[in-house]
Design a protein around this ligand. Structure first.
Ligand SMILES: Cc1cc2nc3c(=O)[nH]c(=O)nc-3n(C[C@H](O)[C@H](O)[C@H](O)COP(=O)(O)OP(=O)(O)OC[C@H]3O[C@@H](n4cnc5c(N)ncnc54)[C@H](O)[C@@H]3O)c2cc1C
Length: 307
């Protein structure tokens, strides 16, 4: 049970159009299938809904957390004592041709693989290689998710965001602090994203998708609960990826409770079925210590730990 009294949350349902669940287990909403309960989980249906939830949280001094498809988070076993604002269905709209056929505006709840697929079919290149990145467009922007030399920073023209003071702003891409797997966006909710794509032959894009999808199928444990890469690849002069370092440290298969360094891709820590957040954190700490001891490299987390 969360500590926030239900009475202080009951008004929330009358403020938004979307559904509101109370004391809701978050494991259902993460690809790790891990996470305790949230005091409330709201599925907003519009930017106005997002503003209303934030206003409610500000007025009642209740913490809030934005969530997409939960594919890059490790939520603690104790859950989140606040309101989770989950952008998904209802905010997964697409507006094609907002400024010519190559410029689309998309709701932040749109799954990235779906956008990859529909843009490729429409003969638009720029995001199709993210076919295997199982998050939302909003989460993808926040993480600057990428794969196979494509990332969000390359195609985003602007975003619509709601700041923690409830102001709705359109922010052009050159005002976003894009870096490797980071956008610098914090304490704001991305509600919509405008992309500028490049025209391309749909058959060429489809072949490109197939090639990258096959690589993913063979090289990653995409069928086991996980969050993708746990650590960022080291930058600078280090040429080895985080996965190569972990593999070289002999940690493939290393396990604590139900959490295990994948045999297929050493930068993935998978949930073998019974893992808790504490198990995953214990594996993370052991991996960090061993890689530091063996190679003098401090691995940085890509996954966001929510406590
Ligand atoms: C099998 C697998 C493979 C993966 N492969 C890749 C890969 O190749 N490349 C890659 O980059 N990533 C990869 N990932 C990680 C993940 O899919 C991406 O980071 C994804 O973009 C996260 O989106 P999400 O909607 O799931 O975000 P979440 O996990 O829900 O959230 C991630 C962070 O963003 C915040 N957030 C989410 N939505 C919003 C919003 N609308 N506004 C403000 N903040 C928000 C959350 O608070 C959290 O801090 C993989 C994950 C899995 C499970």
């Amino acid at each position: 049970m969360t500590k926030i009294p239900l009475d202080s949350l009951s008004e929330l349902a009358s403020r938004v159009r979307g559904t509101v669940e109370f004391d809701e287990a978050l494991a259902r909403y993460t690809t790790y299938r891990i996470g305790g309960a949230a005091a409330a989980l709201v599925a907003p249906q519009s930017t106005e809904d997002v503003v209303a939830v934030l206003q409610f949280c500000n007025d009642a001094a209740i913490p809030w957390l934005a969530l997409g498809l939960g594919s890059n988070v490790l939520i603690s076993d104790a859950g989140f004592d606040g309101v989770v604002i989950r952008l998904g269905k209802g905010m997964d709209w697409v507006d094609e041709d907002v400024d010519g056929p190559e410029v689309w505006q998309v709701g932040a709840g749109m799954p990235t693989p779906r956008l990859a697929r529909v843009t490729a079919r429409a003969g638009l290149s720029g995001i199709h290689r993210l076919i295997g990145v199982p998050g939302t467009v909003g989460g993808g922007v926040v993480m600057n998710a990428g794969a196979h030399r494509q990332d969000f920073s390359q195609t985003v023209r602007s975003i619509e965001r709601v700041d923690s003071d409830c102001t709705v702003r359109t922010v052009p891409t050159d005002e976003i602090s894009w870096r490797y797997r980071s956008s610098g966006i914090d304490r704001a909710i991305v509600t919509a994203v405008t992309f500028g794509f490049e025209p391309a032959d749909p058959r060429v894009l489809e072949r490109d998708i197939q090639r990258h999808y096959e690589w993913r199928r063979q090289g990653t444990p995409f069928d086991e609960p996980c969050c993708g890469s746990v650590f960022r690849n080291p930058e600078g002069r280090q040429r080895r990826s985080a996965g190569q370092l972990i593999d070289a440290a002999g940690l493939k298969g290393f396990q604590v409770g139900g959490a295990q360094v994948s045999d297929r891709h050493a930068n993935y820590i998978v949930n073998r079925g019974t893992a808790t957040a504490s198990n995953v954190k214990a594996v993370i700490e052991a991996v960090r210590e061993r890689v530091l001891a063996e190679f003098g490299i401090e691995l940085q987390l890509e996954v966001r730990i929510i406590e």
